[in-house]
Design a binder for this molecule. Structure first.
Ligand SMILES: *Cc1c(COP(=O)(O)O)cnc(C)c1O
Length: 354
């Protein structure tokens, strides 16, 4: 079977506003300059000074002992699961989480672990829900070893786990003998939106990572953080999966550049998302979820059009969004989308429905 490309798009007009994802950014000229100047070495041998600098910086940022550079966020999640779990283990995570829906069945295929999907509003759950999913420790029950949270919760609407809820869920998990993992693909969006440090958010996480390709503008790279012992063990999986790199400093330099220049400005993306949500809320038939960060989700049911039909129509005028359900659309702001682009997108959507 041949799978369709994520976004088939030949012979379409050029894209003017790309709200498909915050992964669609192109590295800026200044970022490429930083990459060209990077000092490099053999990453697999621990000799790449730029990768080491990035890892030190990320360990400090998240308050962990150690960090590891990886090509992608998916690899951060999968290596964390492989390191924390054994075949047959059960992981607790929200039912809409990326590890369940978007990683090709990785937990089952690679670690032999099952993910139990928990319910909860906006991609979050509380400690009562988590406790309700715990099984009696019996020989015939799968060992439940890991709780995973997403900060921000992507399919939950780019929502931010409030610190009190996060602390309650993760510290309760620890009390119950479970390990804790944070998929922090958009952790810095949560940090700037909530005004809470990454260190505070990650305090009760045994593993946490940040993606540099989600709104931070880097072409690739994610950093996984945890204790010395966790990262040591995780290195074996990095090696096994072919995630050990060579002169990766050229990419780490882009990530360091992103930390210096592209974090504080995430507030602009959040402001643009709010403006877009307000504009879309004026369009008859659309139901818009209140954005907390850079992801704007809206429902097309009231227009009589499916999400795909609407997306195809606005693509004809150069506006690109993603669809995440028969009637659910996601529009994502990032550093290559400005206020004018947001306005154009709102007009295109209103026009397509007129
Ligand atoms: C994008 C994303 C990932 C995967 O990151 P990649 O770098 O695309 O592999 C994992 N979790 C969440 C919540 C994401 O949004």
């Amino acid at each position: 079977m041949v799978y369709a490309p994520v976004r088939p798009g030949r012979s379409l007009p050029p894209v003017r506003v790309n709200l498909y994802s915050d992964t669609q950014t192109r590295p800026s000229a200044a970022m490429k300059e930083a990459m060209m100047r990077a000092e490099v070495g053999d990453e697999q041998s621990g000799d790449d000074p730029t990768v080491n600098a990035l890892c030190d910086r990320m360990a400090a940022l998240t308050g962990k002992q150690a960090a590891m550079f990886l090509p992608s966020g998916t690899m951060c999640n999968q290596i964390s699961i492989l390191t924390h779990c054994r075949p047959g283990d059960e992981i607790l995570a929200h039912k809409g989480s990326h590890i369940i829906a978007n990683e090709g069945g990785g937990p089952g295929a690679l670690a032999g672990a099952v993910v139990l999907g928990l319910r909860g509003v906006r991609g979050m759950f509380d400690s009562a829900t988590m406790k309700g999913a715990l099984r009696e420790k019996r020989r015939n029950a799968p060992p439940q070893t890991l709780v995973a949270v997403e900060q921000t919760a992507n399919a939950g609407g780019g929502s931010v786990w409030p610190l009190a809820l996060l602390t309650d869920v993760l510290s309760t998990a620890h009390e119950l003998g479970l390990k804790t993992h944070m998929d922090g693909a958009r952790l810095m969006n949560a940090v700037v939106a909530a005004g809470v440090t990454a260190r505070e958010m990650a305090e009760h996480c045994d593993s946490v990572w940040l993606d540099f390709t989600k709104g931070l503008g880097a072409p690739l790279g994610a950093v996984l953080c945890g204790s010395e012992a966790f990262i040591d063990e995780a290195w074996r999986w990095k090696q096994r999966l072919g995630g050990s790199l060579r002169q990766a400093g050229i990419c780490a330099a882009a990530c360091l550049y992103a930390l210096d220049h592209n974090v504080d400005r995430l507030t602009e993306d959040h402001a643009n998302a709010r403006v877009m949500a307000r504009g879309l809320a004026q369009v008859p038939g659309l139901t818009v979820e209140e954005p907390e960060t850079n992801l704007v989700f809206f429902d097309t049911r009231g227009t009589g059009l499916t999400a795909d039909v609407l997306a195809d129509r606005i693509r004809q005028v150069g506006v690109m969004v993603s669809t995440v359900g028969p009637y659910r659309v996601r529009a994502c702001t990032h550093l290559d989308v400005d206020a004018a682009g947001v306005e154009l997108a709102v007009q295109a959507i209103a026009g397509a429905l007129r």
